[in-house]
Design a protein around this ligand. Structure first.
Ligand code: AMP
Length: 420
């Protein structure tokens, strides 16, 4: 009878030792950057109410209409969160975070889920880090969010990114633009791709998002939103541009940048990398002044970003950037016999308390096999422990890098390894 084996679902991956060190280093860098920008971490559940996402992200978006992982239990409708902003908005409302006063500066790192067709840079479980600045309407907040996002890439050394900027306006600007787009695309309907034709009546702005070949020449002549912005929206957009210039953050205005989520108002941005292939967005974000009210809170302006960690890792790989080297143990105890193994087991916590990374053989292998294992694990030192060594309190300390050996007493091990 053959044994059945299991594997991860399509589009979901394990992160294994060797790769995980990069993730840990990146997470540490994000936490540190957030600390300096004075953003506080928020962790929300992986499961949310389906209605929250449907209302927050928008019924007509790809995410809600076809990419949600949902299930029901009794009366409750669960969705695996496909993005982080609606959950943070929910938490803001649920916990009355506005009462803490001032603006709320929140960031998160975690897994998200979308039932997309997996390809390089596009998974069904992926990870994002993101930030939300809630309670500020001025252009300064937009630019602070963009500065926080770009600082992370700059510190990593991912320099060749481009920041695309647009304004999707306030609702009145959008309505005027929607009509203009509809009027422009309507006579071209026969030439549009099926997806875009379907969007014509429901959400013509999303046609601009189309990656379909046949839509590209039609898109090129479409009206630009910048010509339809209300005076207030235009002034906001101009302030954002001015402040970005002042901050020396380069950007390109892309009048066709519309993000795939419905909650954006005013500023929209996307950070792309030429190293990512067809899925070239590292991250993006924008202002979402209507979302908090939409999910039941008081009218509250807000702006945020979300970036994909897998795509950041792809860019690092393409650029030869290593965030962390997998580190071997400082000391590997090579033991001969049961008594030696027990001694090492007891000695290790003492050394670990001084900050040293210690390990040993756990399966009673031969000395030769243990030395080979220490080598494979890239141990800096080995300490050889046998009956005689224990009796004499004199151990062979081998520097695996220099291939040098010396005799040390038990109490000297920590110092000898730490100072080298
Ligand atoms: P969005 O929430 O759609 O604005 O996505 C923000 C960022 O998350 C994107 O720019 C990608 O870097 C990343 N991302 C979104 N969806 C996926 C996915 N299915 N797989 C991997 N990364 C994703």
């Amino acid at each position: 009878m053959s044994k059945s084996t299991f594997s991860t679902h399509h589009g979901m991956t394990d992160l294994l030792p060797g790769e995980i060190e990069q993730w840990q280093a990146l997470e540490a860098l994000i936490h540190e950057t957030a600390r300096r920008y004075h953003f506080q971490e928020i962790r929300t559940p992986v499961l949310e109410q389906t209605e929250l996402i449907a209302r927050g992200v928008g019924q007509l978006t790809d995410i809600v209409s076809k990419e949600m992982f949902t299930f029901d239990r009794g009366e409750d409708h669960y969705v695996l969160r496909p993005e982080g902003t609606a959950p943070v908005a929910r938490a803001f409302v649920q916990h009355h975070l506005a009462q803490r006063g001032g603006t709320q500066r929140l960031y998160y790192i975690g897994p998200f889920f979308r039932a997309e067709r997996p390809q390089k840079g596009r998974q069904r479980q992926f990870h994002q880090f993101g930030a939300e600045l809630i309670g500020a309407s001025g252009a300064i907040a937009d630019v602070e969010i963009i500065a926080f996002m770009t600082a992370i890439y700059r510190q990593i050394g991912i320099q060749n990114t481009s920041l695309k900027l647009n304004s999707v306006g306030d609702p009145s600007s959008r309505e005027a633009y929607r009509k203009a787009l509809h009027a422009y695309f309507k006579p071209l309907a026969g030439k549009l791709s099926d997806i875009s034709r379907n969007r014509l009546e429901t959400n013509p702005m999303r046609i601009l998002d189309s990656k379909e070949e046949q839509d590209q020449p039609l898109k090129a002549g479409a009206p630009k939103i910048t010509d339809y912005l209300s005076a207030t929206s235009l002034a906001h957009f101009e302030s954002v541009r001015e402040l970005l210039d002042q901050m020396d953050i380069p950007y390109d205005v892309d009048p066709f940048l519309v993000r795939g989520l419905d909650y954006y108002t005013e500023t929209a941005f996307e950070l792309t990398s030429p190293d990512l292939g067809s899925q070239d967005a590292l991250g993006g974000g924008g202002r979402y002044d209507l979302l908090i009210e939409e999910v039941g809170g008081p009218s509250t302006p807000a702006v945020g970003f979300a970036c994909g960690i897998e795509r950041l890792m792809i860019a690092c790989e393409a650029l030869g950037i290593s965030l962390a080297q997998p580190a071997g143990p400082d000391i590997y105890f090579v033991t001969r016999g049961e008594e030696a193994a027990r001694w090492a087991l007891k000695k290790m916590p003492e050394l670990r308390n001084t900050g040293l990374v210690c390990t040993m053989d756990y399966s009673g292998r031969s000395l030769k096999a243990q030395m080979k294992d220490a080598n494979r694990q890239q141990a800096r030192f080995t300490v050889i422990v046998g009956e005689q060594e224990l009796q004499e309190n004199l151990f062979t300390l081998r520097d695996m890098v220099k291939s040098e050996e010396s005799q040390v007493k038990s109490a000297e091990i920590a110092d000898r390894v730490a100072i080298t």
